[in-house]
Design a protein around this ligand. Structure first.
Ligand SMILES: [Fe+2]
Length: 380
């Protein structure tokens, strides 16, 4: 009891305006770069041009792979890795939301491996390290810039699964609140909820320990207090900073502890109706939490309650659920799977898919297929 191991090899640089040093930072790792990004956001905001400009001051080559879609298929990784191999690229840089970061870190290992990245789905299947990787998030949500996980889609089988390996940790994460300023309110809400649920599931995870518990509770508190304010006031860099701290903290916590049944179900829900990941997590959160809180220790219930401003143990479970429901309401998140085109008769399929997720293993309470089905029915 109380034993734990801690391995976290990412240098994290957090601060406003740090993104302008990207060129200089990248040169510590190599001279031939592949910059991985999404199709639009960085271009529309003019940030991509500025970043390219920042590399012009140095003797180096910058290749761009800007085809990463929101729910990234595994072959985006294979395509990007081919560019790395064909052009002797020595460093991969990912700038964008969670999808971009997940693809970038996977490209950095895939370029040294035979076969498609889909062959490495699962935990610790990647046999060796790849090329150096720098990640720069533009959303406050996934925490992917500090995790050992890359979540990918297989469009043929409609699976959303992850590659997890210590080799996926980036060498450097540059976390700059400035880059999150242009995120629109709905995506600010979805990504913030994702970070909130990362912290919550990490706190409840079977693998949590005193250290990760402290990190996740700090993240829960920051998001609970500040996300509704950022949602209404997205141009405030100080508010953006608070939520970005939280998403990076949640990323560190989740990568050390794993997640739970909310994420196990959010993935098939998201793939099935093409919903933003943070929204999919919100849709299934309350039933899963009700189920998990029933067996939560008194000590942890007090800790979680206090973090959300609840100071009495009487009906603490219901009060916690109510607080989280209120958080979703304040972000205009409408709950109910039925309102997002999900049919009642499709729930068994989603339960079956959810059971494949590794997050099931760290859920604090036992999960079986029929339990997942019941939780989905309650969320419907
Ligand atoms: Fe997530």
């Amino acid at each position: 009891m109380g034993e734990f191991s801690f391995y976290f090899p990412v240098r994290v640089k957090f601060g406003v305006g740090l993104w302008e040093n990207l060129g200089e930072e990248a040169l510590k790792f190599g001279r031939r770069f592949l910059l991985v990004t999404g199709k639009r956001h960085l271009k529309d905001s003019g940030i991509l041009e500025k970043i390219k400009g920042s590399f012009n001051n140095y003797q180096c080559d910058l290749f761009i792979y800007d085809k990463v879609p929101p729910e990234p298929p595994y072959y985006s990784v294979d395509e990007g890795a081919e560019i790395v191999e064909n052009n002797n690229i020595d460093t991969v840089i990912g700038i964008g939301g969670g999808s971009v970061l997940d693809v970038a870190k996977a490209i950095a290992v895939k370029c040294k491996l035979p076969n498609s990245i889909w062959n490495y789905i699962g935990a610790d299947k990647v046999p060796k390290k790849g090329v150096p990787c720098i990640l720069v998030p533009t959303t406050a949500g996934t925490g992917s810039e500090v995790t050992r996980v890359s979540v990918l889609i297989n469009p043929e089988t409609k699976e959303k699964l992850s590659v997890a390996s210590d080799y996926l940790y980036p060498n450097l994460a540059i976390v700059d609140p400035y880059l999150t300023l242009s995120l629109p309110p709905n995506y600010t809400a979805y990504s913030g909820i994702d970070a909130f649920i990362h912290a919550l599931e990490s706190f409840l995870s079977l693998n949590n320990n005193l250290l990760t518990e402290a990190i996740s509770l700090k993240a829960i508190k920051l998001i609970y207090n500040y996300l509704p304010r950022v949602y209404k006031n997205g141009e405030s860099i100080d508010l953006r900073k608070k939520v970005l701290y939280a998403s990076t903290f949640s990323g560190i916590a989740l990568t050390l502890t794993g997640l739970g049944a909310i994420h196990a179900l959010a993935h098939p829900i998201g793939v099935y109706r093409n919903l933003p990941h943070g929204l999919s997590t919100a849709l299934i959160t309350l039933p899963v939490l009700e189920y998990n809180l029933e067996i939560l220790s008194r000590e942890k219930l007090i800790l979680l309650g206090r973090t959300l401003g609840i100071f009495s143990l009487r009906s603490a479970q219901e009060k916690i659920i109510k607080k989280i429901k209120d958080l979703f309401d304040s972000l205009d998140i409408k709950l109910g799977l039925r309102d997002y085109g999900i049919k009642y008769e499709d729930l068994p399929l989603l339960a079956k898919e959810g059971l494949k997720s590794r997050s099931i293993k760290t859920n604090p309470r036992e999960i079986k297929e029929e339990i997942l089905l019941n939780l989905l029915q309650r969320a419907w």
